[in-house]
Design a protein around this ligand. Structure first.
Ligand code: GSH
Length: 250
């Protein structure tokens, strides 16, 4: 059985997909698609416009939530969703909330980091053919990202507000459940989604966002606030104790 995960190295939804596969101890190869051109493959194979995109044998799955259901059905070890119907629907709901948070986080954080050279390097050094021409490609990619994710000064403050509201909601659920996991007493898809989609705030060593340490004043403040709060501490702990292959994104 041969599995390939098509991805962008810096994508937090791709981190979510890698974590799900690692949690199930599945072997797979990671291949980087070039942003923009990725749509040819994702549309052709999965009628999707995004990555992660998984090729599992002859099957193609083009969305991280679909991937979770697919993986559980095909590889029942270490279930991502519990069997208990109540817990299962809670996990699915929290995953949806975390996924929405990921959209706000992305819009806000790109507003803070898109002008930084280290971001250009992490995004383009993964494509050997692009390295010699990256100074030319970068402005085009920056513009594409700004347009696609609507990273504009009128939209990013609202994105930050929505991101923080979702973080508070997840944090409350976590605290109400005893502080270790979002649902029940085992790691589930809800935890993997929440931790991976908010991890870009924390520059955790080994993750694709480890180089995001040269922060704007606002990013520094959000970083410090996140570190101080239970949700931030919990993400760090999950990465330390439960994320076995942090650096398999390269
Ligand atoms: N709902 C999708 C969202 C994935 C997503 O937004 N991927 C982004 C990268 S972070 C992407 O492929 N963007 C490129 C595009 O939309 O063309 C999932 O969970 O897989």
């Amino acid at each position: 059985m041969y599995r390939i995960l098509y991805q962008f190295p810096l994508s937090h939804y791709c981190e979510k997909a890698r974590w799900m596969m690692d949690f199930k101890h599945l072997e797979y190869e990671v291949r980087n698609l070039f942003p923009g051109a990725h749509r040819l493959l994702s549309w052709w194979r999965a009628h999707s416009s995004t990555v992660p995109l998984l090729k599992d044998g002859k099957e193609w799955i083009g969305d991280s939530t679909e991937m979770a259901f697919w993986l559980d059905a095909r590889y029942p070890q270490n279930p991502l969703l519990p069997n208990d119907p109540l817990k299962r629907s809670k996990v699915a709901m929290l995953e949806e909330i975390a996924d929405e948070g990921g959209v706000h986080l992305r819009r806000w954080i790109y507003g803070e980091i898109l002008d930084r050279p280290e971001v250009m390097n992490v995004m383009l050094d993964s494509y050997p053919w692009a390295v010699p021409v990256k100074e030319f490609l970068w402005p085009v990619l920056q513009q594409g990202i700004r347009q696609l994710y609507r990273v504009t000064p009128d939209k990013t403050p609202k994105a930050l507000e929505k991101m923080l509201a979702i973080m508070s909601r997840l944090e409350q659920t976590l605290v109400d459940n005893g502080g270790r996991y979002l649902v029940g007493d085992k790691l589930t898809l809800a935890d993997i989604a929440a931790a991976s989609l908010f991890a870009p705030l924390l520059a955790i060593p080994g993750t694709p966002w480890e180089s995001l340490t040269n922060r704007s004043p606002l990013f520094q403040q959000v970083y410090e606030d996140t570190l101080r709060r239970p949700l931030g501490q919990w993400i760090l702990r999950l990465y330390q104790e439960e994320r076995e292959s942090k650096d398999n994104w390269r």
